[in-house]
Design a protein around this ligand. Structure first.
Ligand code: KG4
Ligand code: ZN
Length: 323
């Protein structure tokens, strides 16, 4: 819920159903969305003390994301808006991660560069205005969150592995083991190689010492994390010099990573960057960022039709149009 640009609440239903499968099961995700959507909206209204009759608009995530989950959220938003005769606002998931920076102070000023790092995306975005963004670099294969989760899975850590790997890395030596740094052309990334590198590394080490993973877990985690962060920061530094911009923001689930936050703080001192990192609850997927993005579109009067369909591969900049 948002009122005049101020977030009133951020109600989230976490789906634990995926843990035992070691990854998100799309069908279970959409079913869980179905179960949660009405209670979550009800709680958001009750908690804010605002009645349905007082609402001015309904915002929903149109994409990118899992088709089934987008369908559930989109269908609910459409019927809710239709029943209450309210305008409907489609929100791009990746733009919303970036606009989470405008929920609380300190807020970046334009232009700034945002490194958006999540389970499904890794993008460098040049942000010229609230609704004027350009992707200047991105991963050509896996997202960095996927690299965290897949390597964590190889180490036997629970899903999602990113936060577990992060916690273990804090007590390990990042220089204990060396993994290859993959560098793509321009400002693009590739994270598929590290999973294979870790797979072969573990296979070889475990062959000589079956207890290797248990004995060296923090060191392995710290070394993997060091490599992933290094890859992220090399291109971020390149983007900063290419565009002459030293206002740097990070967004998305992986921006909760303590190692990344620490490394950015170091760079901010060394390079004179002004670094913006949202509070943890606004880094991972959340309702407030969708509301914030909805607010900026509402201000500009950018609404969509009720017959708009989900867009699983929606790109940054695809807003206000019926695709
Ligand atoms: O943005 P997000 O909540 O959902 C997507 O849109 O994907 O990002 C989820 C991703 C997962 O891959 C998860 O492992 C990762 O963010 N993540 C982390 C940490 N917290 C969440 N990765 C590394 N360190 C963390 N502390
Ligand atoms: Zn996300």
């Amino acid at each position: 819920m948002i009122s005049d640009g101020k977030v009133l609440n951020n109600i989230i239903a976490t789906q634990s159903v995926h843990e035992k499968y070691g990854g998100v099961v799309p069908e279970l995700a959409s079913r869980a969305h179905q179960q949660h959507v009405v209670p979550v909206v009800h709680e958001a209204l009750t908690d804010s003390g605002i009645s349905k009759g007082e609402l001015s608009a309904v915002a929903f995530t149109r994409g990118p994301g899992l088709m089934g989950s987008l369908l559930v959220g989109g269908s609910f938003a459409k019927s809710f808006a239709f029943a209450l005769d309210l305008p409907l606002i489609e929100v791009n998931h990746m733009e919303a991660h970036i606009l989470a920076h405008f929920i609380e102070d300190p807020k970046p000023s334009f232009p700034f560069i945002c490194l958006t790092v999540s389970g499904g995306h890794t993008q460098l975005v040049l942000v010229r205005d609230y609704l004027d963004m350009e992707v200047i670099g991105e991963t050509l294969d896996d997202a960095v969150g996927e690299a965290f989760d897949k390597t964590a899975k190889l180490l036997g850590l629970p899903y999602p592995g990113g936060p577990h790997l992060d916690k273990l890395a804090a007590t390990g030596n990042p220089g204990a083991f060396v993994f290859p740094i993959t560098s793509m052309r321009g400002l693009n990334y590739s994270f598929s190689g590290i999973k294979t590198a870790v797979l072969y590394f573990l296979r070889d080490r475990v062959q000589g010492d079956p207890g290797f993973i248990e004995k060296r877990l923090p060191d392995i985690c710290a070394s993997i994390q060091y490599t992933l962060i290094k890859m992220l920061l090399l291109k971020l530094m390149k983007a900063s010099t290419t565009y002459g911009i030293d206002q740097i923001a990070i967004a998305g689930g992986v921006s909760a990573n303590q190692g990344l936050r620490k490394a950015l703080a170091g760079l901010s001192e060394k390079l004179g960057w002004q670094v913006f990192i949202p509070r943890l609850e606004y880094c991972t997927d959340n309702a407030a960022m969708i509301a914030m993005a909805g607010h900026f579109k509402y201000q500009k009067g950018i609404f969509c039709d009720l017959d708009v369909s989900p867009s699983a591969k929606m790109k940054i900049g695809d807003h206000g149009k019926n695709k």
